[in-house]
Design a protein around this ligand. Structure first.
Ligand code: NDP
Length: 500
């Protein structure tokens, strides 16, 4: 396997040449995997292999975890003041900004998302997240707690140590930054595994770590397969915390491995089947636009996608007409074309999964109102799809499809729709559209979800927590709340006069 990959892009959206190393980034250098494994990276727009990268296994995770532990004890953690950590993180954000076009090109290539989305949303977001947590690095503080005159009592929020992070493919660089940044700010060292489907941008990121001034071993990035490298992170005895974003199924495996190994703490950001509720009195034009964004943004490959659209009977027909018209107009095509909104699904597996759900909806008696088919013969493109006549027990209504597939469901009353919206094992996000402020807030509070959007959908703010109720997860990403995932609270009792 060559040690680098060079790609010249000559596309309408991006022209330039990108070179990345292909090895594992451990202890400040690119190394070959102990067992010599590889991952073929596929361009989902063509189905063809772009390059092969190194795949780490348990042995590489072990080396990375030991390097991270050493760095934690010697050159990071409590050895480095927060001001210094913040400075390095700010430098990293500047370097990410300098290479933003290359990051976006690599994500569009391996993920299939529109280059403009990869640039303007994912990577801009990733940089902003790094900057945000750089600002937190010197603001980690405990409390002094009044007990009695003979004691000084205070708390310290100490780093956990070595943390493992396992990220998915749908927003590669945003996920990476969202996990790494709060862990660094609080003084932890990291072993991170990107998704096997979208590892390229993470490799470019590795080239910036040393330039930013991080000591070796603070950030280790080990590409590999979930069942080997991912599992090894979940099990490793030196790794004291694991943070994961991905499917509920894999989340369960990670929790099990964490429980069986060293009882490492676990935070999970899992899937969703988010309801989007549109009442008769909503601003219809806006509700339609937000509903389109809610389900079709990022090809429906969004944990918070508004995939169950409940529309009150008085505006159901009008909504469906306008929603259908806009879904039909979505520009699906080459990720590197400037006007593309939807590219291919990320992989053959995901493509087949989604097509399987479409078949299951048809077999269960739902109506394909729009779409439902593959576009073209090459790559993994799927038509924006709308199902109507859906019943609550159908798989397409109950399970996360993670593709451009919406179920539009008619409802009569507020009580009925709250009941239906909450009838799911998930609880990540929910939207409500109405001009009645009382109802908007009442319904938002009644929905069992970690995020409630009123008259909007799919919104994230770096300063707002994001995470799930029920089987959508444990813990929160983003905001000040995410810092809690990466610190241990120590209670210190100082005797200033108590005598035995
Ligand atoms: P996974 O949950 O399997 O993958 C997410 C990450 O976990 C990847 O890095 C993966 O590695 C890793 N992983 C896989 N198995 C293990 C394991 N046993 N131990 C530790 N890590 C592991 O998602 P899929 O890619 O298979 O997608 C399936 C479905 O998951 C989607 O259709 C969607 O419903 C949901 N999903 C939800 C996401 C979200 O944002 N909440 C993101 C992605 C998927 P590798 O890439 O090598 O498999």
């Amino acid at each position: 396997m060559p040690s680098t990959f060079t790609k010249t892009f000559d596309t309408p959206a991006y022209k330039g040449t990108v070179t990345i190393p292909l090895g594992l980034y451990i202890n400040g250098e690119f190394v070959d995997p102990v067992e010599g494994g590889i991952i073929d990276v596929v361009n989902p727009a063509t189905g063809k292999v772009v390059t092969s990268i190194a795949a780490g296994t348990k042995a590489d995770i072990d080396i990375a975890a030991k390097a991270a532990k050493e760095a934690y004890k010697t050159s990071w953690g409590l050895k480095v003041p927060g001001t210094q950590r913040g400075k390095l993180m700010s430098k990293l954000a500047v370097l990410m900004e300098e290479h933003i076009a290359e990051f976006a090109a690599l994500d569009a290539l391996a993920n299939g998302k529109a280059y403009n989305t990869a640039y303007g949303k994912d990577n801009k977001g990733a940089i902003a997240v790094m900057e945000y947590y750089a600002g937190w690095a010197d603001k980690i503080s405990g409390k002094t707690i009044e007990t009695n005159e003979k004691k000084l009592a205070y708390t310290r929020h100490e780093p956990i140590g070595v943390v493992g992070q396992i990220i998915p493919w749908n927003v590669p660089m945003f996920s990476l930054s969202l996990k790494i940044a709060p862990a660094l700010a609080t003084g932890n060292t990291i072993v991170l595994k990107p998704s096997e489907l979208t590892p390229l941008s993470a490799l470019l990121f590795c080239t910036l770590i040393e330039q930013a001034g991080f000591p070796p071993g603070v950030i280790n990035i080990v590409n590999g397969y979930g069942s080997t490298a991912g599992q090894a992170i979940s099990e490793h005895p030196l790794i004291e915390k694991v943070a994961f974003t991905g499917s509920t199924l894999t989340g369960r495996k990670i929790m099990e491995a964490a429980a069986k190994s060293n009882l490492k703490s676990v935070t999970l950001e899992l899937g969703g089947k988010s309801p989007n509720i549109i009442f008769d009195d909503a601003d219809l034009e806006q509700a339609v636009k937000w509903a389109i964004h809610g389900i079709y943004f990022n090809h429906g490959q969004n944990c918070s996608a508004g995939s169950r659209i409940f529309v009150q009977e008085g505006i159901y027909d009008k909504f469906l007409d306008q929603f259908t018209e806009q879904a039909r107009a979505i520009k699906v095509g080459d990720p590197f074309s400037p006007d593309t909104y939807q590219g291919p699904q990320v992989s053959k597996t995901q493509f087949e999964r989604i097509m399987g759900y479409i078949t299951s909806g048809q077999n269960d008696g739902a109506t394909v109102h729009l779409g439902g088919k593959q576009i073209g013969q090459e790559g993994y493109f799927i038509e924006p799809t709308i199902f109507t006549e859906c019943q609550p027990n159908m798989k397409i209504v109950r399970e996360e499809i993670f593709g451009p597939v919406a179920c539009v469901i008619r409802f009569k009353t507020e009580d009925e729709v709250i009941e239906q919206a909450n009838d799911t094992s998930y609880g990540l996000a929910a939207s409500v559209f109405t001009k009645d402020i009382d109802r908007a807030i009442r319904v938002a509070h009644a929905l069992e979800a970690g995020t409630a959007w009123i008259n909007c959908s799919n919104q994230a703010e770096i300063s707002m927590p994001f995470g799930g109720f029920k089987q959508s997860g444990i813990g929160r990403d983003l905001s000040e709340y995410a810092l809690e995932n990466y610190t241990n609270v120590k209670a210190v009792h100082v005797n200033i006069g108590l005598r035995l």
